[in-house]
Design a protein around this ligand. Structure first.
Ligand SMILES: *Cc1c(COP(=O)(O)O)cnc(C)c1O
Length: 454
């Protein structure tokens, strides 16, 4: 690890030690021993800061709790991991988790009627309203991951044996949410270009109606899928769902937080997003938004009464299990939100940089793009069987030579050892970084004498 990066972590940890002293002392201040420990700790911190400034010194603290390594990938490298790129925290989110990391930290000022989304300090109530407005939906809730959004909707709409329409590229969590509710997934096939169309969705609905005598109870489709990040005919699919009067869940795991999403325009009854995938938030986090039409059902409140005590829990929402993200996860979402909102307006630039990189990759003879091209997303599935894999065949490190070459140049996040088909995500890289990334690929190709078009 670069010394300055190492020393940055060491300084942060030393400050946390100082913070620990405050937590262990009386509210009236330090006693003599604590005062001594405080000054000792500050002296240590100053030495670390001096090393940090000079880039000198040997690694002091390298572990957390004696065994956990410091994770410094995002500081040391350009990370092109397919699912990590847009979940990297903003600086504000990192501050929020320093400050709000304690368990139920959102609950300091929780007052009647005791529900997370009603808390005004910090401004959680306001954040919920903003989330809904931003997605152009009526209601929003924060959930522990997109999957918990699917689960809440499936738990509301799906009974035993009911069919749910998903795509042939659906994420596994959609399968599990349906299974958990006792339903059965029915996949819409892809067209020749690996796109889910409105027409194919309508056809699938007709087939199910014919086979089971019943309409599916939910259509749940990804705007951009996780395998190719191809754009599917989401508005047409929304129309088809409405034509059959079937509620439509828009899966925005790869859109909400990176590009503008207008739920009403799409015709979504539900919009689901992933905080840790696309909203620069701590895991597990996400958003479930819906129209007012569905709120009484999906956000129904408890009616359960204790048989002995006759207790009732009033406005707790059943599918949310009352409260959801009670600490640093939510505060990280809130702290990143202004940046996230602003960055969605720059989506076109992200796509441009994605295409810039892919165009350069395609100059390496034998390389292919398996996703739709030109790219409409920053996540891309590539096929380097005809280029980088030809080297792996005879290299003593096999496919790992490629990861070695990348990591020695400061690039990580590709699937280690994979030189045939693999995915990468350029989200969040600036011009300088994306040019560097492209240059690295060309440089490795040239090193192994793979032909590169000028
Ligand atoms: C990542 C992903 C999910 C799961 O998101 P979580 O927030 O981790 O639950 C669901 N659907 C798609 C299409 C995804 O890419």
């Amino acid at each position: 690890m670069d010394t300055r990066i190492q020393k940055t972590f060491e300084a942060l940890f030393a400050l946390e030690e100082v913070r620990g002293l405050f937590r262990e002392s009386l509210p009236t201040g330090f006693d003599a021993d604590e005062e001594g420990a405080f000054h000792q700790q500050i002296a240590k911190l100053k030495a670390i800061i001096a090393d940090l400034e000079a880039g000198s010194g040997s690694p002091g603290v390298t572990k957390i709790a004696g065994s956990l390594d410091v994770r410094s990938r995002e500081e040391q490298y350009i990370n092109i991991h397919p699912i990590q790129a847009a979940g990297r925290l903003t600086t504000e989110a990192r501050k929020a988790i320093i400050s709000y990391g304690d368990g139920y930290s959102t609950c300091d000022f929780c007052r009647k009627p005791f529900r997370l989304d009603k808390i005004t300090k910090p401004g959680i109530v306001e954040f919920h309203a903003e989330l809904a407005k931003w997605l152009n939906m009526d209601q929003a809730r924060v959930v522990p991951g997109a999957r918990r959004g699917f689960q809440a909707v499936a738990g509301t709409l799906v009974d035993k044996g009911d069919s749910v329409i998903v795509s042939a590229l659906a994420h596994y969590t959609e399968f599990l949410a349906v299974e958990n509710a006792g339903g059965v997934v029915k996949e819409v096939p892809l067209n020749a270009k690996n796109i889910v169309t409105g027409e194919a969705t309508a056809q699938k609905i007709e087939e199910i109606k014919w086979e089971t005598g019943k309409l599916p109870v939910l259509v749940m489709i990804d705007h951009f899928d996780y395998q190719f990040a191809n754009e599917h005919e989401i508005a047409e699919i929304g129309n088809v769902a409405h034509h059959y009067d079937i509620p439509f869940l828009y899966n925005g795991a790869y859109t909400v937080g990176v590009q503008p999403v207008d739920g009403k325009k799409i015709g979504a009854d539900f919009v689901v997003g992933s905080g840790h995938k696309s909203m620069a938030s701590v895991a597990p986090s996400g958003v479930l938004a819906m129209t007012d039409e569905w709120a009484p059902k999906a956000l129904r409140t408890t009616t359960m009464v204790g048989d002995l005590t006759k207790r009732k829990f009033g406005i707790k929402e059943v599918e949310m299990l009352g409260c959801t993200l009670m600490g640093g996860t939510l505060l990280s979402m809130m702290a990143s939100f202004p940046t996230v909102k602003a960055r969605t307006l720059k989506w076109d630039d992200e796509v441009k940089r994605s295409n810039f990189f892919i165009d350069r990759l395609l100059k390496i003879t034998g390389s292919k793009v398996l996703s739709e091209y030109p790219r409409k997303h920053t996540l891309t599935k590539v096929d380097t069987t005809g280029s980088f894999d030809t080297v792996a065949k005879t290299h003593k490190r096999r496919g790992f030579y490629f990861s070695d070459e990348l990591s020695s140049r400061g690039i990580v996040g590709e699937f280690a050892g994979a030189t045939r088909t693999w995915k990468l995500n350029t989200y969040g890289l600036n011009d300088k970084q994306v040019r560097y990334l492209a240059d690295v690929f060309i440089e490795i190709a040239e090193k192994y004498e793979l032909p590169v078009q000028k």
